[in-house]
Design a protein around this ligand. Sequence first.
Ligand code: MCN
Ligand code: SMO
Length: 807
Amino acid sequence: MNDQDSRIVQPEAPGTDVDERPGRKLVGQPVRRVEDARLLTGLGRYVDDVPAGHALHMALMRSDQPHARIVDIRADAARAMPGVYGVYTWADLASLVKPAVATSRMSGYQPTPIHALANGVVHYVGEPVVAILARNRYEAEDAVDGIEIVYEPLPVETDPEAAAQADAPLLHEGFASNVLVERAFVRGEVDNAFDSAALVVSGKFRFHRKTSAAMEPRCYLAEVDAGRDALTLYTSSQVPGIVRDAMADLLGMPGNRLTVIAPDVGGGFGGKTSLYQEEILVCTLARKIGRAVKWTGDRLEDLLSTSQAFDERVEAELALDADGAILGLRANVIGDVGAYSIYPWTAGIEPVQVISFMPGPYQVPCYHGHVRGVTTPKSPTGPYRGVGRPTSTFAMERLMDMAARRLAMDPAEIRRKNLVQPDQFPYKTAVGIVWDQSAFTEGLASAMERFGYVEARQAQAQARAEGRWVGIGVACYAELSGIGSRISASPGMPINTGTDTCVIQLDSTGAITASFGCASHGQGHETTLAQVLADELGAKLEDLRVVTGNSAAVPHSTGSYASRTAVISSGAGILAARELRQRMLRVAAYLLDVTVDELEVVDSVVRVRLGDGRLSFVELARALYSQMGRVPPDVREEMCVSRVYDPVVGTTSSATHLVQVEVDPQTYAVHIQRYVIAEDCGRIINPLIVTGQTRGALAQGVGAALLEEVVYDADGQLLTASLVDYLLPSAPEVPELEMVHLNTEAPNTLGGFRGMGEGGTIGSPAAIANAVADALSPLGIDISELPITPERLFQLIHRSRLESKEE
Ligand code: MCN
Ligand code: SMO
């Protein structure tokens, strides 16, 4: 070892404090992620790694027009180019595959059919118009240049507020308006609340458009077994089950001939929860020509066409009494949902959640929320980590701070006062969401304690006296997670997202395999689900194999989204493992000549509690399956169990974020100095994973708060079409995270777990916005637009200085 090496500080190896004693429980322990061995050594198998041998490669001619009629497509030159196998337009596919239509029960909702290739009219820049198949990607890409499309431009309105007007040009022909979805919630006498209020604060808030920017762009490979009319789609999807069901319907193909597999997936963050045109194309074309078809998106295509998010304008006002108690809330939201109502979530997914969650974790007696989702010629929006709640939390938490300042109350104090109190659970919010029970006030208190809030405020006063722009921001939020079948993960969407299935089996080699309908794309489900199963079965972690992301493994599956897996898939696993354990015990009791009550299972061995008899899982399996005559027919058991779990309503996750920032007076960059999160995600399965999930989500929240912004110009052209223009946070921008795990027990979920995969992204934009506003409060500046780029801060500060000079 040389000097250089010896100075490297070895990070503490995770997993070192795992209790290794026999019979110990694994749930709650910081077990090292079992998938990391392969992912970190390059042995992960992503779609692009699946051997594709003789596959044809697809490239797409995408629209460079935001809204135009296709007059002519000239493709003869492309057809004649070397290596080109075929060139396809919608006309070639119309008889083979139906358009995907995301339906909704919401009244007045207007669905937009999504065709695999544009059907006569294009609706955004980046929409696929022509598909080319060639021997390899290079030749396919070259052939794109050999295509000429003649367009007749149609009117464009990219501003959602203008597009929502009755006289605005329509993006979709024959529609009643550009408003695809509209919804209102009214509870209580809101006008009275405002009339009687001692204080009303209001604001116009804007959260700009964001994209998920997963490390792995979308990638699809369809393999065909032409003799059996069977298809296998490998997809970098979060929702292989939803894709299977949709493709079966669109292609008119039974599910037993169509398998959809999501292998290792390099992040999704919501951007891979929808059905994409490229996915439909590889399946349809492979089936048509009887050969495998592959498409690998590049970064430009990802930025152009993977679903985007946020892009909401919120006008909101909050009424309070003189002591700072909330009396009422009004919110009017316009969401720019882009060109299509995305499948299956619909255009309601983001904007409707914004008004549903506006009241947050607070006691809000009266509420009037109104939302419109407006179509514009931009990439469609869809789920993104946090879904709607980063925006609602931003608006509500800004209002809380504005009220605190006007009342000269501490921002933490006004929250403590208005949070739903421990004795008020279960609490029904103004929109009818029920918070079962969650550590709202405890979260705030423990975040403040960890932060050293009182001392930090004193230090801030000192810094301010020195003229430094130091600010502290707090944000509280609550979310529903692990939502069962009572409500769909997207309001009004007629797809069951509330259940998962576990099929678990002991095979004739003594190995146990558990298959689930979830689809890990970074969350570590192979580890956490195995922890849950190991505890139920008494098995060693390494003896279990967890299979996710394969539509053929369980009869019904959807995938992983909406922070559902810890609750729903674990629940299915618990039910299935419990039953399998009972069956194994009954057979073992017969073989060991004892009663079931005398047995225990420890580290994959069934043993007599107070005696010598023991049977490993391997011995048990051999006796049962292979050694004919050892287990008589009336004792034999089927060692394959399938169970479905439905938490029906789901549960309440919550957190408090506390952050300190300093704004650089030279560059207007925001430096995050400290970040504390106190989080209630119920009983924790794996604290290492929960912390890692929160750290990753926080990084995305920091991006949303300070850097990331998808920009379209007024003509609908994407200006942020590379990662030079679309700024992602990198290591220096992401703060150290200090985390407090509240480790409660969720009252109505099997296992007591609550979801948490999105939380870090929900609280952080609001907390950072509040911290920056606090830092700049001596200048009278409020933050109402995210991201807070140096450019925006410069404008705000410059304007405030001009105004103070004029006075
Ligand atoms: N967990 C736990 N104890 C709890 C709750 C959760 O140990 N009490 C663990 C779970 O077992 C799981 C992980 O934490 O391994 C996240 O669990 P959960 O909150 O149920 O969320 P899902 O597994 O359903 O994942 C979806 C969620 C969403 S919606 C987005 S968006 C997101 C996220 O997960 N995208 C991610 N985290 C991501 N992480 C990575 N690396 N990549 C993404 O694309
Ligand atoms: S945005 Mo997460 O995939 O629900």
